[in-house]
Every structure is written in C-alpha cells, then in structure tokens.
Design a protein around this ligand. Structure first.
Ligand code: G3I
Length: 353
C-alpha cells in the first residue's frame, strides 16, 4: 500500500515535470490573467492600439489578457477636436473590441492637460464656461459608453513631482475643485463605471504619493464617488540617464499602494513598463524580469490591488524609445513577439512562488 502510494506520488511528480515550462521557460498554457484570477484578483490588461497588420496581437490578448486600455483613441484631441464636434468612430472600435472579446475596458481618459486641443487650452474660458466645456465632454464620452467602461480614468496626471497641483488650464481656471467636479460629472453620466484618479511616479511613496492621498480625500470630502487610484508604473528596471534610481524595492511599492488603498479605494497598476538602456543584454533582461516580478508581487501583497495593466504588448510599438533616447525594451514581448524573461518574472510574481 505504502509502496503504491510512493509510486503514485512519483508518477504525479513525473507528470508535473512533463507539464513544466518549455525549454525557454514558458508553458504553452500560461496565461497572465488566469493566474491573476486564480489569486482572486480581477484583471491583467494591456494598452491597445488596434493594428490590423499584427496577427500575433489578438492571439496574445486572447491568451493573456482580460482587459484593454485604449492607448490614445479616447483622448480629448481625438474625441472632441473642436467644440461640440465629437469624433468617436475610433473610440467606438475599442469599446466594440472589448465587447466582442469579452474583455474589461479601462477607459482612458476624461480630463487631462495633455493631448488637449488648443481650443480648450487657449480658449480663455472663464470658470463657469470651462466647467460647462468639461461637462459637455464628459456627458458625451461617459454617457455614450455608460455601462460599458469597466473603469474610467476621470482625471489624469494632476500632480507635480512635489505633490502640489500641476499648473494646467483646469487648475488655473477652476482651482482644485476641478477634480471633484470631474468625478461628480463622470458619476452623473455613467453610474456603473469605477472612477479612477491616474498618475505616474506615485510608486515611490513620497510627496507625490501624498498628493494622490490628498486628492482622494478631497474628492470624498465633496461627497463624490472615487473608486480607485491608478499607479501608472512607467519605471526603469536599472539606473538610466532619465531614472538614476531603478524601480523601487518591493517594500516601497507596497507602502505606496497602501498609502491610498488605506483610504478605502482600490488600487491598480495602470500603465506598467520597465525600461532599460538599450540594447538589451541577457543580464539586463534578467534584472528587468526581477523588477517585473516585484511589481507584480507588490500588487498581490495589497488586498485592494485589483489588477495590473502593461502599457502595450511588443517592444516594437512602445512609446519609450521615442521619448527617452537610448532607452527602451520596456515590455514583456520583444520586437518579434517572443516572450521575454520579463514575461516569466511577471507571471511568477502573480502566481506568488
Ligand atoms: O496619430 C498620429 C499620426 O497621424 C502622426 O503621423 C504621428 C506623427 O507624430 O503622430 C501620431 O500621433 C501620436 C500618437 O501617440 C499615436 O501614435 C503622437 O504623436 C504621440 O504623441 C502619441 O503618443 C502617445 C502619448 O501617450 C501622448 O501623450 C503614446 O502613444 C501613448 O503611449 C502615451 O500614453 C501615455 C498615457 O496616455 C498617459 N500616461 C503616460 C503615457 C506615456 O506617455
């Protein structure tokens, strides 16, 4: 009896070994979002620009992701290029894509200082009229996709690095009240979507993270709904000219997430990419894999971290090299859509062993 139990265990071990990752270290049936769901969290997403010339992308999305964020299609300059002239065909495609494929959609974004057309920035609107402009925009966008956006980034990047408010047409004209006003309007036109404040460099648990806490408290103090904070996580996996300090250690990442989660909101990594000095080498790819692993682990360590989105699929199309000269290779598939060590690191961090 004992002997047969031993044999059975040995066989079980052998079959586990047979199903173990392929020589490159990836199992064929690996799935980021399934691993995340099995940990009781909600989603793993990718930023998406629909490209009809890349057949690998829909396959990867099907296998690994259950959420998308339209990379550019819903931004103000694309959706309302002149006042009252709404151009929504592109945005509609993303919402339809999510629907057709049973995916969550993290809608991005309603109020931002960037990719904002000149008619808003230089319009010299007074307080009352600018609020009206904001309402017209939110009414059309949030209203059109009512009940279809899983989450909305309501306000994007309102903070300076020292935690003070960024000077923008919104802040300069309306003052800090523009934040609760935007959230109130988003809730008015789509009561179903989860409403997020989204920013970068919140991951260091520093003055900027404090700024995000202040925003959550401010919005709540107006009696307005805010469901979560998005930590973009555009980080460097090693020291680079633009980021002398590499991605924070795990303790710091966790503390940064808890800083706002402890105020009773969800937290999400909304735009993860971990860049390096290019070209990539096996050593740098290993360092990057470890950084992806600790970012994932930090999310899993915080109860209210409901999901994570990476900012694109392949290094081929990442925004990084265009903005940070000499840096790149920031995503988890390489330019030929091969999984990088970072894929495995990320998955390992999600699975937790
Ligand atoms: O579509 C035009 C094309 O017609 C034109 O020929 C070409 C020439 O430059 O530009 C194209 O637009 C570009 C657009 O991406 C689409 O590819 C813009 O120039 C370019 O500025 C824009 O960059 C985007 C960037 O946001 C703009 O701020 C990136 O793709 C996008 O990844 C990036 O995403 C942001 C998030 O929304 C917010 N958080 C930071 C993150 C990274 O910057």
């Amino acid at each position: 009896m004992l002997f047969s139990t031993l044999v059975a265990s040995a066989l079980a071990l052998a079959s586990t070994a047979a199903a173990a990752p392929s020589p490159q270290g990836y199992g064929k049936s690996d799935s980021l979002y399934k691993a995340m769901r099995s940990r009781g969290r909600s989603f793993i997403g990718t930023a998406l620009t629909i490209r009809d010339n890349e057949p690998a992308e829909p396959k990867i999305i099907k296998q690994d992701f259950n959420s998308i964020t339209p990379e550019n299609a819903q931004k103000w300059e694309s959706t309302e290029p002149s006042r009252g002239n709404f151009t929504l065909a592109d945005s509609d495609r993303y919402v339809q894509y999510a629907k057709n494929n049973g995916l969550q959609i993290h809608c991005h974004n309603l109020v931002w200082h960037s990719q904002l057309p000149a008619w808003v920035t230089d319009g010299k609107f007074d307080n009352r009229t600018l609020i009206q402009v904001m309402e017209e925009h939110i009414k059309v966008l949030a209203g059109r996709y009512r009940g279809q956006c899983t989450r909305w980034d309501v306000v994007n990047e309102a903070l300076n690095e020292d935690g003070t408010y960024r000077e923008s047409v919104w802040y300069n004209t309306i003052g800090e009240a523009y934040l609760p006003i935007a959230f109130r309007l988003a809730a008015k036109y789509d009561k179903h979507a989860e409403l997020f404040y989204n920013d970068y460099n919140l991951e260091y648990n520093n003055a900027k993270t404090e700024g995000a806490k202040r925003i959550v408290k401010l919005i709540k103090s107006y009696g307005v709904k805010i469901n979560g904070v998005g930590y973009q996580a555009h980080l460097a996996s090693e020291a680079t000219p633009t980021a002398p300090g590499a991605a924070p250690d795990q303790k710091t990442l966790e503390a940064a997430l808890r800083a706002t989660a402890d105020l009773g909101v969800d937290v999400v990594y909304t735009e993860i990419d971990l860049r390096m000095n290019t070209p990539a080498t096996p050593e740098k790819l290993a360092v990057q894999a470890a950084a992806y692993e600790r970012v994932a682990k930090s999310c899993l360590a915080v109860k209210r971290c409901i999901g994570m989105t990476v900012w694109g699929i392949s290094d081929k199309y990442s925004w990084i090299p265009g903005v940070f000269a000499g840096e790149g290779a920031a995503l988890i598939w390489d330019e030929n859509y091969n999984k990088k060590p970072a894929y495995k690191g990320f998955l390992k961090g999600i699975v937790g062993r």
